[in-house]
Each structure stands twice: as structure tokens, then as C-alpha cells.
Write a protein that binds this ligand. Sequence first.
Ligand SMILES: [Zn+2]
Length: 306
Amino acid sequence: MKKSHIRIVTLGALAAFAFAFSFLLPAAQEKPKLKVFISVDMEGISGIVHGDQTTPGTAEYAAGRKWMAQDVNAAVEGALEAGATEVVVNDSHGSMRNIDPDDLHPRAILISGSPKPLSMMQGIDASFAVCLLIGYHAKAGTEDAILDHTISGSVVRAIRVNGAELPELGLNAAIAGYYGVPVVLVSGDTAVCRQTSEILGKDVVTVAVKEAYGRLAAKLVPMGEARRLIKAGVKDALGKLGRVKPFKIAPPYNFELGYHVSAQADMAAMLTEVKRVDARTVAFTADDFILGFRKLRALIALAPAR
Ligand SMILES: [Zn+2]
């Protein structure tokens, strides 16, 4: 008797406490948060087939950066229509100052400039529900893939983590996975869509906006249609939350970096913790994926030009 009486009093006190404090909760609490992180690269943007369209200082760059904003805005619109409460866009190409903030969807938050510790994934954390990769491209050495490369076209021949060669989409999905965030959509050419399915699985939505005839030519999906496909793909991906699990690689990590020329590996191998694998390849280990990734970035950025 006595025991149950105490329980009733306790429950009553708890209910009164919750009622009293419910007035203090912000209105946003009524709607659950759905934060969406977008990393946007440039080579896989609708219309892009050549480096001139992705390089500042060329006559074609103004068009390229406008197309980039329009592809990402289609993704933002899809996310908002699917219930996103916050959308963060990380400019992830070259100088990472490609998107003119004036051209970005007014509801999206832009991360601009470089270098950044997490590079193409700067800004992601465990508070995000999902990650979208827009305008991505296939890994270095892929046939029929627009501007195929991995992080740096002049430095990197291949990157392997625990023996598996990864394109940028795989490395970045592993960063998202570190924070428990799944990559649910990738857009780009048909080659990057194929690599997405191979690495992240078939449940990840892929949106092909072009089909390459080589490294520098492609059959383009009409621009308006490409953006409709991106928007619809994002709505589809966000409509099935939980279908895709975060991409996680089990520790410890062996990072292997294949350079284009041996002089680049000569420099990297001067660091005591870096092991020489062969003339052009170095390797190092890390227990933490983020720390390993940061070392990888530094070894790429500090490499001498070939
Ligand atoms: Zn890029």
C-alpha cells in the first residue's frame, strides 16, 4: 500500500513538473528536427564536361558555378519539401568558393572557402539526419567518367583504406558514417552512380545527370529535367529515412596513398610514421578515421607538383 502510494505521488509530481515547464519549451520542439547536410562538388554538376567550366579565371567558369548553384538549389528544395528543418551546404570544389552566396537558396546555410579540417565534409556532425553528395565524380582511373580523379588530379593515383580503393564519395561517406550519418543520395554522371551502388549499396538514391563518352564529353540530361530528377530523388531519399545505414569502416585503418610520381612519395616518406610501400606509394595507420583522413589530406596537399 505504502509503496504504491509513493509511486502515485511521484507520477503526479512528474506530470505537474512537465506541465509547468512545457511553456518554456521553444516552438521548434513541436516539430522534430530534420537536419540535412549537402556536400557539393563540381565535376558531376549538370552541364559540366571540361575543367575550364570548373576553374576560376576561364571564360566558362561563370556558367559552371551558376549550374552548380542550380543543382544544389534543386536538392535544397527537395529537402525542404520533404520536411527538412535545416539545410547546410558545404562548397566542396577547388577553392571551395564557387557558389555565390547570393545564388544559393535563401533557406540554406553555406560553408564557403578552404582549407577546412574535414574538407568536403566540413560542418557535418551527429546532429544531421542525412547527407547528400551533389555533383560528385568517379575515382581516378575510371573509364568514361567526366573529369575522373580522387581529391587531387595532379597528386593522387589511388587511395586505399584497409585494401579497398575508394573514390571521394566513399571517403566522405565514411566521414559521415563516423558521425552516424548515412549518405542517402549521390548525383553526378553514370560512372559515379555505378560506384555509389557498388560501395554504399543499392538503397542509396543515385541521380545521373549525364553519361560520359570519355573524360571530356558526355550526353547531357536537359538541364531542367536534371534538376527535376535531383529534387525528386532527394524527396524519395528523405521519404525513406532509416533505409540506408551509415557507411562505417571497421578500425584500425590502413591508409594507402598512391602518388603519380615517386618524388611525391619521397617527401611523404620522410615522416617517421609514414611507411614506403613502393616507389610511388606510401601507407600509414590510424585508430581514428577522422585523424587518419586529416593526415591523408595533409600528405596530398603538401606533395610537390609532379
Ligand atoms: Zn571537384
